[in-house]
Design a protein around this ligand. Structure first.
Ligand SMILES: NC(=O)c1ccc[n+]([C@@H]2O[C@H](COP(=O)([O-])OP(=O)(O)OC[C@H]3O[C@@H](n4cnc5c(N)ncnc54)[C@H](OP(=O)(O)O)[C@@H]3O)[C@@H](O)[C@H]2O)c1
Length: 240
């Protein structure tokens, strides 16, 4: 049984991912701020699901939070935020929140958890896995310029950290979803929704569980040779 930390597991893609990983028999630690709609620890899965109420904008406290965790085998850096604010009127606070949540926190979680994966991970060639949630916005830009920039950054970070930790037996990969029906979808302007529906082959937004299946594969099943990669799950929304 693996112990898997999923950030942003209270809803959307993170929730769907936590549900899948629990169904595979693993121990999931779900991190988020608002657990009012979270029910994965209320069912028969309860004994294998823990919750951590933590605001990832508090980057300086992440090392203390990590010190309280059991050894983590798989880290899913899923939590992120975006705003509907136009570039010209983006507040300094929003910019700092996006950078902290979407770039600094995932990096800090990796910095704190991966050395322990290397030290205490299984005797197999694969000692641990990290999955970073990027976005097609990381390739093609986004109306929330800081969100798009953060997704470009996490893609680049995935490569740098795969180079750093890959030789130590750590797989660091990214997933770049296209438009997906979560609360992030609710924040998109209608023009962007129409634009996506025209572009993607499926003619619709993805369901969170479709993205969760990809994350599940990278978290549990993908072979050692998949490292430093980004799996696009975007129905042709950005071909590269
Ligand atoms: N939906 C899309 O169309 C789409 C497309 C491409 C990529 N993605 C990426 O996929 C990932 C998941 O997106 P989603 O659509 O599922 O988002 P979502 O429905 O908005 O959920 C975001 C999750 O992140 C958590 N979160 C946000 N800020 C946090 C903070 N400061 N501290 C702790 N947790 C925080 C939220 O939990 P709380 O509110 O409980 O804190 C929530 O669980 C993100 O990385 C996103 O960039 C999404």
């Amino acid at each position: 049984m693996k112990t898997i930390l999923v950030t942003g597991a209270t809803r959307g893609i993170g929730y769907a991912t936590a549900k899948r990983l629990l169904a595979r028999g693993h121990h999931v630690i779900a991190l988020g701020r608002d657990f009012s709609d979270f029910d994965l620890d209320e069912s028969k899965l309860r004994s294998r699901c823990d919750r951590i109420v933590f605001d990832l904008r508090n980057v300086h406290d992440i090392h203390m939070m990590c010190a309280l965790l059991p050894p983590i085998d798989v880290l899913v850096n899923n939590a992120a935020m975006l705003t509907a604010a136009p570039f010209e009127s983006y507040t300094l606070k929003d910019r700092r929140d996006v950078i902290a949540t979407n770039i600094e926190a995932p990096a800090e979680l990796i910095r704190c958890l991966v050395p322990k994966m290397i030290a205490f991970g299984s005797a197999d060639a694969i000692k641990g896995r990290v999955i970073n949630l990027a976005s097609v916005a990381g390739f093609g830009g986004h109306p929330d310029v800081w969100y798009g920039a953060s997704k470009g950054a996490i893609l680049n970070m995935t490569k740098s950290l795969a180079k750093l930790y890959g030789p130590e037996g750590i797989m660091v990969n990214a997933v770049a979803p296209g438009p997906t029906k979560t609360s992030m979808f609710d924040q998109l302007p209608q023009s962007r929704i129409d634009e996506f529906n025209r572009i993607v082959f499926a003619g619709r937004f993805a369901e969170p569980d479709e993205i969760a299946k990809v994350i599940e594969w990278l978290a549990l099943d993908s072979p050692e040779y998949v490292n430093g990669s980004c799996v696009d799950a975007a129905s042709g929304g950005y071909l590269r």
